[in-house]
Design a binder for this molecule. Structure first.
Ligand SMILES: Cc1cc2nc3c(=O)[nH]c(=O)nc-3n(C[C@H](O)[C@H](O)[C@H](O)COP(=O)(O)OP(=O)(O)OC[C@H]3O[C@@H](n4cnc5c(N)ncnc54)[C@H](O)[C@@H]3O)c2cc1C
Length: 406
């Protein structure tokens, strides 16, 4: 771990990454956005192109994750999602599954399964993270998927239905959260890796969505999925010790799990910042060109002030995101729930800015001739997934009051 001090000026290395990803987003991702949104299918050819240049690769994610300022992945995500959010999520969805695996897995498990998640440039693969269930969305303590240990074989048997899984059913490797001891709520849960081709795992319905339509979202059905003991992330010894501590009323791993979620929130916030910036830039350029009443619409204060607010809010969201990413990378604890703060602000900023962009384009903004209506549809997911805005406020509210806010 390094401590470079928080500095909003990017290092030369990070600027290089930003410019490289921007070029890919500008030349490959943005031009393909509308098509894959309409097709509502996983953009395999674009993922393959990203893999060919090394952007969709374990190496890239690992290098940027460990970049000393904490901003490597953050600026990469902003650029990619500036290009298109549906395609962006298809490219980075595996990264979120990889983060979940890395949060609980041993180095042996990471060494084995992370490469399987990404595949190779000639044979691209995906990863999926499956926590949510039909009756356990915000309330992750209600997860019903059961993992039962078979003493005789040392195997685990998983049964249940997961929902809303990004890349669910089409991934090579699934990371599944299941309950080992339901009486203990989140403290009785464990994560498992489901290797490629494991019998009993199948895709349920694929959802037709409002936005990020290029990103695959589906149910995952687990029907007597038998996994060797080595698929329990972290291993059985660690799990048994943790459960024993919880049953004795001691400290649990719950706080640690919450901290892990907090540390991944800046990367999700960065995606929202990318969408918001794309919408702002598009609306600004339009306002400089479009004429009504014999002048540019941007010459009206009503429009210029709106653009001023849009630019300001994008900057606020970015600075909060960078601060949280730097804190996470440099081991600062999120005492005021700064991870949740940046996700909350970035998500709501993206929704607001993209809506104003439609307004600035007028009727044109409401059509699919321009991308701002898609940006708006895509932005909305950022107040919902990875913890809704209400749940972020709950976490921040608890952090700033010290009260058990419900
Ligand atoms: C496109 C998409 C992709 C996703 N990808 C994944 C994925 O890859 N893996 C995964 O595991 N999950 C994924 N999710 C699931 C996502 O994280 C959940 O949708 C989210 O956590 C909300 O859960 P829910 O939809 O069940 O809503 P609910 O929890 O039912 O919430 C409904 C409403 O009630 C509010 N609410 C609930 N509890 C409270 C409370 N205590 N106080 C105040 N308000 C409250 C919520 O904020 C929300 O407004 C994805 C979802 C979508 C839509």
């Amino acid at each position: 771990m390094s401590d470079t001090g928080f500095c909003p000026e990017l290092s030369g290395d990070v600027r290089e990454v930003r410019d490289w990803v921007h070029e890919f987003a500008r030349t490959v991702v943005r031009p393909a956005g509308a098509e894959w949104d309409e097709r509502e299918e996983t953009p395999w050819p674009v993922i393959q192109e990203a893999a060919k240049i090394g952007l969709y690769s374990l190496d890239f994610f690992a290098q940027q994750w460990f970049e000393p300022s904490g901003l490597g992945l953050i600026v990469a995500f902003e650029e990619l999602f500036w290009g298109d959010a549906g395609i962006g999520l298809s490219i980075v969805g595996t990264g979120l599954a990889a983060a979940a695996l890395s949060a609980s897995g041993t180095s042996e498990q990471m060494g084995l399964w992370l490469p399987e998640m990404f595949g190779t440039p000639d044979d691209v693969k995906l990863g999926a993270f499956c926590a949510s269930e039909p009756d356990a969305g915000s309330d992750v303590g209600s997860i019903r998927t059961r993992a039962v240990y078979d003493e005789a074989s040392g195997d685990w048997i998983l049964n249940g239905v997961k929902t809303w899984a990004t890349n669910g059913g089409i991934a090579n490797v699934h990371v599944v959260v299941a309950s080992v001891d339901p009486a203990l709520g989140t403290r009785g849960q464990a994560s498992f890796v489901v290797p490629p081709g494991t019998p009993g795992l199948s895709m349920g319905q694929k959802f037709k969505k409002h936005g990020i339509r290029a990103s695959h979202t589906a149910e995952v059905v687990l029907d007597n999925v038998r996994l060797p003991g080595s698929c329990l992330l972290g291993g059985k010894e660690k799990l048994d010790a943790r459960l024993a501590r919880v049953r004795e009323g001691g400290r649990s791993g719950e706080q640690a799990a919450m901290r892990t979620f907090e540390t991944t929130r800046p990367s999700v916030a960065a995606m929202a910042v990318g969408i918001a910036r794309a919408a702002f830039e598009y609306a600004r350029d339009y306002a400089r060109e479009r004429e009504q009443f014999g002048r540019k619409i941007g010459e009206n204060q009503a429009i210029a002030f709106l653009l001023a607010d849009m630019a300001t809010r994008v900057d606020i969201a970015r600075l909060m995101t960078w601060r949280a990413a730097w804190m996470a990378r440099n081991g600062r604890s999120f005492d005021q729930a700064e991870g949740s703060m940046c996700k909350l602000v970035a998500g709501e900023t993206a929704v607001w800015v993209t809506e104003q962009a439609i307004q600035i384009l007028g009727g044109a903004g409401y059509t699919r001739e321009h991308p701002v209506e898609r940006f708006h549809r895509d932005a909305k997911i950022y107040t919902i997934f990875e913890g809704t805005s209400e749940i972020q406020r709950l976490i921040i509210g608890r952090a700033v009051t010290g009260l058990p806010v419900r």
